[in-house]
Design a protein around this ligand. Structure first.
Ligand code: SAH
Length: 343
């Protein structure tokens, strides 16, 4: 599906037809032009050829059904993944911004795939639209979109912003800008651009360690954009936008989970309006997650020092759908693949 072809396909039609088409795509959430009953047969055929609504995909469900991973096949045969996380009061879609990732963080499976290319605006859009269609079958809607899937969103800034601006419009999904969050490993130019954006978009920063040597061992990008420089940029971002920043901190056994690290993190976090998100490292290879006792102790230290902190519940690790596990390898320990089509 390429939503960017929509306007061209309607160029020779009266204006109201495009309005009807957008209504059908984004409000009725149709997945095939045959469902657009107000259009003539000929127009539907033309649209089918010029701007198909088909999204080739498979869905994989976690055992508790709270997480659904979609594997989407793109026009050039490449595959990407997106994940739906169902909370009691929210339906959050985690989207990919690139195929693979150039950053090669040592704990993340996506980096191991290497980097293929940036995703186009329409390829990011279809990940979100697919889950909007899926949720509609249950009378529900997407409430939040996080750019925490494959890739580094701030290295694909224009297409990411174009998607957000498009889906923010009244005649598309009408998703408020504050419902979008961008997670970055710390691309300074991207943070600078976001600081100047008139739209209020949430920023999450993958901190993982305040110790520059440890951080570099986890994230090679730290050698290019040093943590001190990034922190300076985050201060400017917050001074200008007044928006709360989310600091993501994956917890790795024996590496960054000491009491001292918790105290350092508390001192650091207290300089920001922020929430710290502790993420037990999901298994992708060499690292072990911190023990539950260590995470508890770490969290307590943060809270005692008045830092807003939460432990992220890990969604979808049984379908390789959790943070850092998206690498186009579908597997389910018991049921194997469960492809569902027709959405
Ligand atoms: N490149 C961006 C967004 C993608 S990663 C970034 O670095 O922020 C989204 C989040 O998942 C990041 O916080 C990342 O550090 C985290 N993550 C990656 N691998 C993980 C793993 N194995 N366990 C837990 N979190 C992981």
């Amino acid at each position: 599906m390429n939503i960017e072809k929509l306007e061209t396909a309607f160029q020779s039609e009266p204006k109201f037809r495009l309005i009807q088409a957008k209504q059908a795509i984004f409000k009725d959430l149709i997945s095939d032009w045959s469902e657009a009953s107000t259009f003539s047969f000929n127009l539907r055929e033309k649209l089918h050829n010029e701007c198909s609504l088909f999204i080739e995909h498979e869905l994989f469900f976690s055992d508790n059904k709270q997480t659904v991973k979609a594997m989407i096949k793109l026009a050039d045969g490449q595959q990407i993944e997106a994940v739906l996380m169902r909370h009691e009061d929210r339906n959050t879609v985690c989207v990919s911004s690139q195929i693979g990732c150039p950053l090669n963080c040592s704990f993340c499976a996506t980096g191991k795939m290497g980097f293929k290319r940036n995703l186009e605006m329409y390829e990011i859009t279809e990940q979100i639209l697919l889950f909007a269609r899926y949720l509609k079958t249950e009378g529900q809607k997407i409430t939040n979109v996080v750019f925490m899937g494959m890739g580094e969103p701030l290295l694909n800034y224009d297409n990411v912003m174009h998607t957000i601006k498009y889906l923010n419009q009244d005649d598309t999904l009408c998703l408020g800008s504050r419902r979008f969050s961008i997670s970055t490993a710390g691309i300074i130019e991207g943070i600078q651009k976001l600081t100047e954006e008139p739209m209020e978009i949430n920023l999450a920063f993958s901190l993982h360690s305040l110790d520059s040597d440890i951080r570099s061992s986890l994230m090679p990008i730290n050698d290019r954009y040093g943590i001190e420089e990034v922190i300076k940029e985050l201060r400017k971002y917050q001074a200008r936008t007044r928006r709360k920043i989310m600091f993501e901190y994956i917890m790795i056994d024996g590496l960054n989970d000491s009491e001292q690290a918790a105290h350092d993190l508390a001192r650091f976090a207290n300089q920001f309006i922020c929430v710290v998100n502790l993420i037990p490292c999901n298994k992708t290879g060499e690292y072990k997650p911190s023990t539950a006792a260590n995470i508890d102790r770490f969290l307590k230290i943060l809270k005692t020092r008045k830092v807003e902190a939460i432990q992220r519940f890990s969604y979808g690790s049984d379908i390789s759908g959790a943070c850092g596990q998206l690498a186009n390898i579908p597997r389910h320990p018991r049921t194997g693949q469960s492809p569902i089509s027709g959405i």
